[in-house]
Design a protein around this ligand. Structure first.
Ligand code: ZN
Length: 95
């Protein structure tokens, strides 16, 4: 399918810090099945309250079709990465 190819190309251009294969499986809406997925780590910046932080965000993609897959575990990790970055920034400002 053409659409799938486009998605794969976009992912390739994202220049991840790391790519890891994974033995875990997650539900892929495209494949309509639990599939193994790869985890890409990218540098993400987020602004909140006029403060900007950088943190590593983990994205997961189906190994079969390349579509992004939602993995709640990774979302939690991303949120805690982001929160730690904001906390670290606040502590720095206090010094
Ligand atoms: Zn898939």
């Amino acid at each position: 399918m053409k659409g799938t190819e486009t998605v794969k190309k976009e992912i390739d251009y994202m220049e991840p810090i790391s790519i890891a294969n994974n033995s875990k499986k997650a539900f892929c809406e495209e494949c309509r099945e639990y599939k193994p997925y790869i985890v890409k780590v990218i540098k993400r910046s987020k602004e909140n309250d006029h403060k900007k932080v950088n943190f590593n965000e983990k994205l997961s993609y189906c190994s079969y079709c390349g579509c992004e897959i939602f993995v709640s575990e990774l979302r939690d990790e991303n949120l805690s990465e982001m929160n730690s970055a904001f906390i670290a920034l606040k502590e720095k400002e206090r010094d």
